[in-house]
Ligand binder design. Structure first.
Ligand code: 6PG
Length: 260
């Protein structure tokens, strides 16, 4: 896996950020972080839990994880457990399914044991039932007591040009969910439900990595990272697991509105 221009990772009081050349470099950088985390010796005997994001940005990262020998041959696949940060309310073979995107680009290529794939049962006709079933799967896998939250080792997130992340869209109900682990969130602009991890779960992760690429995200990124705190309008602002646990890997186009 070759690197291009080395970039600096800056720690601010709320997050870490690394601005890289382009989407390909975003993917290489994120792959390096995942490799470092999953390969930590103290992880050696434990499952490594990673929640994937949807959309198109992660495709290149998935390809690196699944096919670049410098990455693929060093990942402890038997211990990697894959979850999703959110899912569309569609069956797993639907073109819009986040599971299908991950299956096409990663899970059907890499040596992932079937039992290590924990997809959202989004084929369930009732979105709330799908969310409930996914929540039960999380509770069982993480062996949670009633009020406990799961702690993912890594949660990958994208950000929309409207400042949404996972399926936490502006002015939607799930932004305020503090009890459930998983919510069925009605998204008016799409006239559909989405199933999403809730803010408390996202903020409990050991590391949240945002992957953001492209000029169409620049305005929203500026607002999220440097604007007033308006989470109803820019839900990505709700993701605050702690300064050492939040990493933004963005390209120069997405960072073009940021000021020093
Ligand atoms: C989804 C995602 C969503 C995505 C952003 C960015 O289900 O679509 O989880 O939050 O990460 O919309 O999408 P792109 O990577 O396609 O820009």
């Amino acid at each position: 896996m070759s690197n291009t221009t080395p970039s600096a990772r800056v720690q601010t009081d709320g997050f870490q950020i690394e601005i890289v050349d382009d989407l390909a470099q975003i993917c290489r950088t994120a792959a390096g972080d995942i490799l470092r985390m999953a390969g930590r010796t103290e992880m050696a005997a434990k499952p490594f839990t990673i929640a994937l994001s949807g959309g198109s940005t992660p495709r290149g990262l998935h390809a690196l994880l699944a096919s670049d020998p410098a990455v693929r041959d060093r990942l402890p696949w038997q211990r990697l457990h894959f979850f999703w940060g959110d899912e569309r309310h569609v069956p797993p073979d639907h073109p819009q399914s986040n599971y299908r995107m991950a299956d096409d680009t990663l899970l059907s290529i890499a040596p992932v044991p079937a039992q290590n794939i924990h997809r959202v049962p989004a084929e369930e006709p009732d979105a709330a039932e799908a969310a409930q079933k996914y929540e039960q799967e999380l509770r069982a896998f993480f062996k949670l007591e009633a009020a406990q939250l799961p702690r993912f080792d890594c949660i990958l997130l994208g950000m929309g040009s409207d400042g949404h992340t996972a399926s936490l869209f502006p002015a939607t109900e799930a932004l305020h969910e503090t009890k459930r682990l998983v919510a069925a969130n009605w998204v008016e602009k799409f006239k559909t439900y989405r199933i999403t991890l809730t803010v408390p779960v996202l903020n409990r992760a050991d590391l949240v990595i945002f992957l953001v690429s492209g000029t169409e995200k620049a305005e929203a990124l500026k607002e999220v990272l440097q604007g007033d705190y308006r989470p109803e309008r820019f839900p990505a602002q709700l993701i605050r697991p702690g300064p050492e646990k939040l990493l933004w890997i963005v390209d120069r186009d997405a960072a073009s509105c940021l000021t020093d």
